[in-house]
Design a protein around this ligand. Structure first.
Ligand code: GLA
Length: 679
């Protein structure tokens, strides 16, 4: 895991700032309001290409110089974006071949954003040029906090440039067409290729795509976009700028990047995160995003965007209450974020996202939304010492690790699986949610990572696995580790080819089982298992081959057969879940397993009171973040100081919705629900 010890010296607070849509008197007001709210960082220029380079090779930075000077004078730093996510109209007029083409052949027009063909040479050249221009001009500005390259890489092109670049990538990977034909099993359905030029991206076609082609195209896109990012990074470095370089990942709606390799290529890892649920499940989502990003970064990271007061979900905006904005912000920081940045500073009056929430809403400063922003700014200033990482760089301690594998996601997106309702991200998320509900800290790992510090490692639906992956897990278990493998893992090799002879392929020996049938369940149907567990979506006819059955199926065609098994191997054990536990059963299963393994929650009993307790390790001390999502006032007793209020943590009273960030003098904590009547 690469370590990114990104330390800006203070918690960064602010967000995307698009001043070009406002007149200068609004800028002056903006800066006064930023100061009032203790905003110290904005991100500039993210979609400003048309204004920065109004004609090819002609630059106009008067407005940018002006706003940077105003910000700097006010002590506000900035991330400067390269604006390549939104090529200007003149660019598409001059280079129409650089417009992306959809899988169905529709060539997109400009008029929105993110309209670029990543492999088009003209686009790549123009991107390098504007990156270099900005780096030369602003690369050593004292207010520059870092480079924000592009924005959320992810436009997928199926056009002629993509086809050529895909073939180049495939030639590097397979060397010969024979090897490609074998890997993709093109003997089926008359897909055998005898000319490289016949090989295409998975464009719209009559029926099912070749699954190996589909996953290779995903891998190609991640690599191709990474190359484009690295080209811009090289220009920035060549300009002499030493400011850290990042590009903002996006979760949870789509996933086009293999985040581990991308993280290695950044000086700081950053992410944009938008809640997928306005209620309590949104809090689990904050934790999920925070744990993932910290793990990709191997240390502190940056929350580059989060939603302010309004959450856009589907076809409507749902309100995010001010106290939730504060709790969410601290949730990310508890998990290693060095920032609480938002999209965007001031709500647009017009333009494409004019109903998106912002720190300054349409109503202006006289609003409870802005009051919450001022309150948050104050809280962040008072807890800012958490930003200093401990000398070993490890801001977080976890006994449990979940495998994260972007390819797992991509594989489950290929059609015609035993059950197409299976979603990799839902699967990972559901497991993470169970541990969150039990108050247990979690890291994510990638295949091959050193697992020795973990007591439990969970593998959620990692469809394709290599022999090396299996050997990696086996040696962890032999040495005393506990592994839980969830269904639909280890089924195929890295070319999406099923390992025949019984599922789950390369993991059969480790798990001591052999499954001969996958039996998907109809939507909405559950199966009763032993120990009052229930499952859905998936089941398997499992034979024991060294393992013992821990829980059997209780009904249906598999009644009496093993559903959950355990195989003791060396000093450890490997457990197999051959079916998808419902969320409640999954919660119980993991809570129980953690008790059996002696894996403790951060603060015992916190989760039962609706309190999220997260410990962030720091240079001067460890900090206990308490985020109260429950409904009863709670008394906290222990040794330390709450940095939010300055009060002693002995007998601290936490209101529902409230937060505390305690500089710990000890790790002994007692929590109790307060009885309002004092009885
Ligand atoms: C993304 C983008 C922003 C904005 C927000 C709105 O994260 O980076 O420019 O569009 O979404 O949710």
């Amino acid at each position: 895991m690469t370590q990114h010890p990104y330390n800006p010296g203070r918690l960064l607070f602010g967000g995307d700032y698009n001043p070009e849509q406002w007149s200068r008197d609004v800028w002056v007001e903006d800066i006064a309001l930023m100061r009032r709210a203790a905003v110290n960082t904005v991100s500039l220029g993210i979609f400003s290409w048309a204004l920065l380079e109004p004609r090819e090779g002609e630059y106009d930075v008067t407005w940018l110089d002006d706003i940077i000077a105003l910000l700097h004078e006010a002590g506000i730093g900035f991330f400067l974006a390269t604006p390549t996510a939104s090529p200007p109209p003149w660019f598409t007029r001059a280079y129409p071949d650089a417009l992306p083409v959809r899988a169905d052949g529709t060539k997109l027009s400009h008029g929105s954003r993110d309209t670029y063909a990543i492999s088009a040479p003209a686009y790549r050249d123009a991107s390098r040029r504007i990156a270099r221009f900005l780096a030369d001009r602003y690369g050593s500005h004292p207010g520059l906090r870092g480079w924000h390259v592009h924005n959320e890489y992810g436009t997928i092109d199926y056009g002629p440039h993509a086809a050529e670049a895909f073939r180049r990538w495939l030639r590097r990977k397979y060397d010969s067409l024979d090897a490609l034909n074998a890997a993709w099993v093109t003997a089926f359905w008359s897909q055998h290729y005898d000319e490289w030029n016949d090989v295409l991206p998975p464009r719209a076609t009559q029926y099912l795509h070749n699954p190996a082609q589909a996953v290779d195209f995903k891998r190609f896109n991640s690599d191709e976009m990474l190359e484009a990012y690295l080209e811009q990074k090289a220009e920035i470095t060549a300009s002499g700028s030493t400011a850290p370089v990042t590009t903002n990942f996006m979760l949870p709606t789509w996933n086009h990047l293999e985040q581990w390799s991308w993280s290695d290529a950044q000086d700081a890892v950053s992410i944009d995160h938008y809640l997928d649920d306005p209620g309590i499940d949104g809090e689990t989502h904050v934790a999920y995003c925070g744990d993932l990003t910290r793990s990709w970064a191997g240390g502190p990271w940056l929350l580059m965007e989060q939603n302010a007061i309004g959450i856009r979900m589907g076809d409507r905006t749902s309100l995010k209450e001010p106290d939730q904005t504060i709790r969410n912000s601290l949730g990310y920081i508890a998990r290693g974020s060095q920032s609480s940045l938002f999209f965007q500073w001031r709500a647009s009056a017009g333009g494409s996202e004019f109903w998106h929430g912002a720190l300054v809403p349409h109503a202006g400063e006289a609003s409870r939304a802005f009051e919450a922003v001022v309150e948050l700014g104050g809280i962040l200033e008072s807890i800012s010492e958490v930003v200093e990482p401990p000398t070993d760089g490890r801001t977080f301690e976890a006994d449990v690790a979940i495998l994260w594998d972007a390819e797992g996601w991509w594989s489950t997106e290929t059609p015609h699986l035993p059950n197409d309702a299976l979603s990799y991200s839902d699967e990972v998320r559901a497991t993470h949610r169970s541990l969150w509900r039990a108050g247990i800290s979690v890291d994510f790992v990638r295949a091959g990572d050193d697992l020795s510090r973990y007591r439990l490692v969970i593998i959620p639906s990692m469809f394709a696995m290599s022999e090396a992956d299996a050997a990696w897990l086996t040696s962890y278990v032999r040495a005393g580790g506990q592994v839980v493998v969830q269904f639909f893992s280890g089924i195929a090799d890295m070319n999406q080819r099923v390992i025949t002879g019984g599922y789950p392929g390369v993991l059969r020996e480790l798990l001591g089982v052999r499954a001969e049938e996958i039996r998907p369940l109809p939507d909405g149907e559950t199966l009763e298992l032993g120990e009052e567990h229930y499952s859905e979506l998936w089941s398997e006819r499992v034979q024991l081959d060294g393992a013992t059955s821990v829980v059997d199926y209780r009904e249906g065609a598999l009644a009496g057969l093993p559903a959950i098994t355990r195989n003791d191997v060396g000093a450890g054990a490997a457990t197999y879940l051959s079916t998808r536990l419902t969320q409640r059963s999954r919660d119980r299963f993991y809570a129980r397993l953690c008790v059996d393994l002696g894996i403790e929650p951060v603060v015992s009993g916190a989760a039962d009171l609706g309190l999220e307790a997260v410990r962030r390790r720091g240079a001067a001390a460890d900090y206990l973040f308490l985020l109260h999502h429950g409904s009863e006032r709670v008394t906290v007793s222990g040794e330390g100081v709450d940095l939010v209020t300055g009060a002693s943590a002995t007998g601290l009273s936490l209101e529902p919705g409230g937060v505390a960030v305690i500089r710990e003098s000890s790790r002994e904590w007692m929590l109790a629900a307060e009885n309002p009547s004092g009885e």
